[in-house]
Design a protein. Structure first.
Length: 366
């Protein structure tokens, strides 16, 4: 059993609170990703799990044992670093087996574990090479192999793909997911890249300013964010936030954007938002994929409006368009055949069935 439990954990550097009393339960075999902007506390949390940072307050347990005072080498964890941390004078085989040799494992057992890890990672033909003879992706596989051979309770990944180019990052994401499907070791992975988080994780932990904003599956965070921060951080391009007023107009609940634009709330959402009627400080949250070019036939809950495009970005399968609403630059996704051009008008459609309403003062999703 390799569950990880974090209870009221605090990390303080002099007067700076890096982690502010977080609670988190990571299940056995689970792949959990800590994601957030620089300085949010995600790497500090990972290093406290590893034992590389002392805990100011709180408790961390691995496999049912509290490890606050246990040194890193005795925690039965394996860490994959951003810079690979390979010994340049050793072969791939020697790098992967280094930890086992230090622990005086039998030679046959060492060879068996290295060969098995090399097979899983598809690096068998590289075992006699030195790190300088390897590409970035191959070095990352070796670093993962060194962790796998130890058969630890928990894998810890500290932004392992940040040194790779964009194409190789996509390939390595697939490799890491395949390895986890085969090995099924509890994994804690840190990244600032929300695409990595969404594609790899069983559950994503969104951190901000030393606290956990929300924990959930990728789909839960995408469709049901609890705060403005999570709504804006998850998804690319980011969610649009449009200032508006929620008010009753002629017996119908509407979002008043400006004097010339009011969007009717779909009947299915009216009950949810009715209690907030009269709130003059709300934000309409709409993802770019829910702001599209208007079709001749609109589905229920989809509202057409006129937009004056400022910038267009052809992406091949779609075109990103940017236009102003109520002083905010808003992004939408349209069909390449829609005829979107810089500086030209375009009839757009907002799918209010997918809207989020956020209290501008508290930042909470209503």
């Amino acid at each position: 059993m390799a569950e990880v439990h974090i209870r009221k954990v605090v990390k303080k550097y002099d007067e700076v609170l890096a982690v502010r009393g977080i609670d988190l339960d990571i299940r056995d075999h689970e792949f959990v990703v800590l994601v957030g902007p620089s300085g949010c506390g995600k790497t500090t949390t990972l290093r406290m799990i590893a034992g590389l940072e002392d805990i100011t307050d709180g408790e961390i347990a691995i496999g049912g044992d509290v490890v606050n005072d246990v040194p890193p080498k005795d925690r039965d964890i394996a860490m994959v670093f951003q810079n690979y941390a390979l010994y340049p004078h050793m072969t791939v085989h020697e790098n992967m087996s280094f930890g086992l040799r230090l622990k005086k494992f039998p030679k046959d057992e060492i060879n068996r574990r290295v060969d098995e890890a090399a097979r899983i990672l598809d690096i068998t033909e590289l075992l006699d090479r030195k790190p300088k003879q390897l590409s970035g992706g191959q070095r990352q596989r070796v670093a993962m192999g060194r962790a796998i051979v130890r058969n630890p309770k928990v894998f810890l990944f500290d932004e392992p793909l940040s040194n790779l180019d964009a194409k190789l990052r996509v390939q390595m994401r697939i490799e890491i997911k395949k390895v986890h499907q085969k090995v099924r070791t509890t994994t804690v992975y840190v990244t600032h890249d929300q695409v990595e988080a969404m594609t790899l994780a069983d559950r994503v932990v969104v951190m901000n300013n030393g606290i956990i904003e929300q924990v959930g599956t990728p789909n839960e965070l995408y469709h049901h964010p609890k705060t403005r921060f999570v709504a804006g951080f998850i998804g690319s391009p980011a969610m649009n936030f449009i200032p508006c007023k929620l008010q009753d107009e002629g017996g119908q609940l509407k979002l008043r954007i400006n004097d010339g634009l009011a969007l009717p709330i779909p009947p299915a959402r009216a009950g949810q938002y009715g209690q907030h009627k009269g709130n003059g400080s709300v934000l309409l949250g709409l993802r770019p994929e829910h702001l599209t070019d208007a079709r001749s036939q609109l589905d229920p809950g989809v509202v057409a409006f006129d937009a004056n495009l400022e910038v267009t970005e052809p992406m091949g399968m779609e075109t990103l368009v940017y236009f102003p609403i109520n002083g905010e630059t808003v992004c939408g996704r349209v069909n390449p055949a829609a005829g979107a051009k810089d500086g030209a008008p375009l009839k757009m459609a907002a799918d209010l069935n997918q809207m989020h309403l956020i209290d501008a003062k508290s930042g909470l999703v209503l």
